[in-house]
Write a protein that binds this ligand. Sequence first.
Ligand code: FAD
Length: 680
Amino acid sequence: MRAGVFSSLTLVLAAASAVLGRDDYDYCSNTCLSVASSGSWGCTSYDGNDYQICLCSSEAAIETFALCSDTYCSGGWGVWSSYCSSYAGIKMDDFDTVLAAAKAADPLSYDNISLLTVGTEPYTMPQSEFETMLNTNIAFYQSRLFGELYGAATMIFLFGIFFLAFVKRIINLVIPKTAVINSPFVARLRKWFIVPAAFCTTHTAPLKIFGVGYAMMPTRGQTLMVVSVMIMNFIFLFVRYNIFNNNYYWPDEEYYQVVRYFSDRSGIMAFVQIPVLILFAGRNNFLMWLTGWSYETYMVYHRWVARIMFFNAVIHSIGYTAYVLFAGSASLAESFEETYWRWGVVATVFGGVIMFQAMYFLRHRWYETFLVLHIVFVIIFIVGIWYHCVTLGYMEYVYASIAIWGFDRVVRFIRMSSFGFNCPAQVKLVGDVLMLEIKAQGLKWSDGPGKYAYIYFWKFNFWENHPFSLVERRGDTYIFAAKAKDGLTKKVFKYVASQADQSALMSVMVEGPYGESFQVEPFGTVLLIAGGIGVTAMYPYAKKLANLQIPGQHIILHWICHSDDTVKSLLSEMKGLSGTGVEVHVHVTTGKVDDLLTSSDSEKDEKTSNDDASGLSSLVSIGRPELDQLISSTIANADKSVAVAVCGPDSMNDTCRRSTANHLVGPHHVEYFEEAFAWA
Ligand SMILES: Cc1cc2nc3c(=O)[nH]c(=O)nc-3n(C[C@H](O)[C@H](O)[C@H](O)COP(=O)(O)OP(=O)(O)OC[C@H]3O[C@@H](n4cnc5c(N)ncnc54)[C@H](O)[C@@H]3O)c2cc1C
């Protein structure tokens, strides 16, 4: 069984190795490269490409390579030539010319290497020495190769899950009935292992200590994925090393081989993980488009892959420090003189700084400051890994990281510019909500549930951008509703509130659309629960389903607000919905609703008629609904599948998640969808 698992893994890795293009590594010629590097050619500086330039400029070194290649390998000049041209920028003569010169130079044997005159005489390597060197090279190279493959395997595992999610999504979209199949086994799996928050009862709300939030708890499904990656990562750090006594570099020093290989492995695995964690952080992460999973979900993976990557980087740094202290030919102080070493230290230190500054408390409390510092520190980190590796190799991961980051920025720019850099926005205060009516200047995208955009206000901190759900589109006008928090939204709120009619024409930039829609259409009952301004995310679902008029579908919308002030913002939309067959319940948890029923504040109505008021009174009630009871009774009363979709404050989301998870196993399929208005 174990052998089977291992050989399957080896097969996968062999395939991955072919993909990476590392399978054609020429061990023989690279051993000749080591042979040529073993001579005393006076190449002592390792700074930048100094060593390669020195080696490739030494006629004796070049001839030593040619002799070795001629004796032990067929061909191989390409390895040497490309080494010299890419690292030293030096073009080689053709092989035959060099070989003829080498033979004419009457080469010494390696046994007599002590007779070499620095930089002048080529030598040949006896077979036994060459074989030791070859075996050493194979062990050395393969330990690194497995670092790359194992690093990739940890990420391929995640991509495998994303692929399954993608396949499921496609099947559900093509054959919608499959989205509501009730399988008791799958329902149990989802109830126990996927949907609830791991360990605790909160997922959207932070874990707190003395009332202060310190961390966010992933769902069980997310935790399983993250823990699997951690376990894989840990195992992969320890397997597949070829340690042997007769090692050319470390004869009789197996301990040093272990330290060196282990340090290489951890560093390489960290490197492979960097582009992926950058991909997860992007707004234009193609995986979101494929899987339909939210940005918030990918932020969970971003953070955890970053932690795993940093763990590997720390192991790498500690390992190399130990190696230099105990086994290296250079001292620690001398190592610090090397560019690659210094920048490696910079990268690890800034990796640590990023880990610290990105902790929940700091990023949540001072989000904008966190974001700016995060970007600055990540740039320093990337510069660090660039200079760390520019002479060591593995630059493809650095390029990939930069390319992924650059792609995200370019697409952001395209999104902004296509909608219009300078769009007029009529911003009105309705109750305690800012209603934004933004006119698109260029490309118009369609509205629909799940869509949101980042809005920039030219008047206030124009570089700041905040996500808001698209409520609806009316022609070329896009409607958003924003509740004031403590930062930018508060500034806009204060400004608009100070205007004569609590309305202002502002200039904004819109970066969108983002977001994927939950597939609620196939469900028999769709229970939409919105808390406060979370209605902006739930209303478009109700509107879309109302328009679709799917036979037999029961749509229920519960909007729970702290005060009637918030309700005023979308009151006419609620009335509109209730007229189209959606069961609308507006709950005002504190205060009175008389004002709401009689005033003419309502945005669309100049005067609320008696009819309207009586219509409204059937929608609006005072008090807080018991969410657990509401969800369980809706599921119990449903005669078909049920979708529970929620967007509200942290604690509301968590209550709904918990309660729906408890009802996943039953006569009908039940699905839980959540939109969180926070990922920081
Ligand atoms: C997908 C999505 C859709 C949203 N839709 C709406 C909506 O329709 N209406 C609405 O009123 N609110 C919505 N929000 C919430 C809104 O983005 C925040 O309230 C707003 O960013 C707070 O800005 P601030 O500077 O005033 O907040 P602050 O008081 O400075 O911060 C409050 C909290 O908001 C979060 N936050 C702040 N800035 C950002 C940012 N740039 N990106 C992500 N999170 C941030 C952080 O968790 C922070 O701790 C949505 C959020 C998300 C993620």
